[in-house]
Design a binder for this molecule. Sequence first.
Ligand code: DAH
Length: 351
Amino acid sequence: MSLLNDIEPLKQAALADLKAAPDLAALEQAKGNWIGAHGKFTALMKQLGTLSKEEKPAAGKAINAAKVELEAALVERRAELELAAALPKEPTDFTLPGRRRALGKLHPLTQVTEDIVRSFRKIGFVVADGPEIEDEYHCFDALNTPADHPARDTQDTFYLNVGQASSLSPSEKKLETGKMPVLLLRTHTSSVQIRVMKLQPPPIRIIVPGRVYRRDNADATHNPTFQQIEGLYVDKGVTVGDLKGTVEFVFKELLGEETKIRFRPHYFSYTEPSFEIDFSNALVKKLGKDWLEIAGCGMVHPQVFENVGYDPEIWTGWAFGFGIERIAMIRYGINDIRLFYENDVRFLRQF
Ligand code: DAH
């Protein structure tokens, strides 16, 4: 009878001990003391065998129930202590300054592109877009650039080895005299002139920023892929004066009010007359030069208007194209174009 009476007080003592354990080590210690192989409660269980047949069932049941209770108390206290161990030791000081993440920035080429676009927006231009995988028709033929033109040389252009895919309309295919369109990475953004004019009637006032590709070996001033910006203005009675005024406005915005520009006669197959644009300012003087070539331009060739279905007797226009890297290099005094593509944060952080 005395064993049965011992169970409850022993259980209570064990429970109190487990619940009071201040840390995980103390808890393991308490577990050993009570329900371990040599624990006091285990010892009680061992005495079961000494009881009489009549006493055994009631005592056995009570001991088992108590053991379940002790094990539950152990698991509960262990979870509490583990949680407490995982919490910060010191109270949180909400007055400490936060840890800030460094702010990202736009790439210098994106910044320059956005500046150029902003300038043109002021005078009513909108941004147009076109595919980087282009066909010979849009890149060359429609721009009045004949098949024997050096720009089409497989040595300086990236052709794609897929004859079938085509973005040409049936009439454009006919212009290709039945051949499957030849695809290539666009060599200039001028191809978008054709796409826009084919889609909508004049007047047109667009700029086209975008990536272009050439088979150039990378060096300080060349890279096989770079960015251009194309402009196209079509309306009635457009003159070279409009072209010059626009170019002057934009380059003064981009490169400073004291910037001067000059036009030199040149040849492009899609403009007539054609010019190269040079500019001069303090930055150019610093390079030890008077003028630096910056862009190509001209009055849209009547044949180009014919090719897109505009009547060249009614419509007139100008177009230009220039490299964005070039502008960024001049503006920031960068002497190697490859720096733009290396993603070195020490370089990029400066803009
Ligand atoms: N497409 C020329 C190039 O890549 C640049 C250019 C020159 C564009 C004259 C034009 C233009 O629209 O009229 O070098």
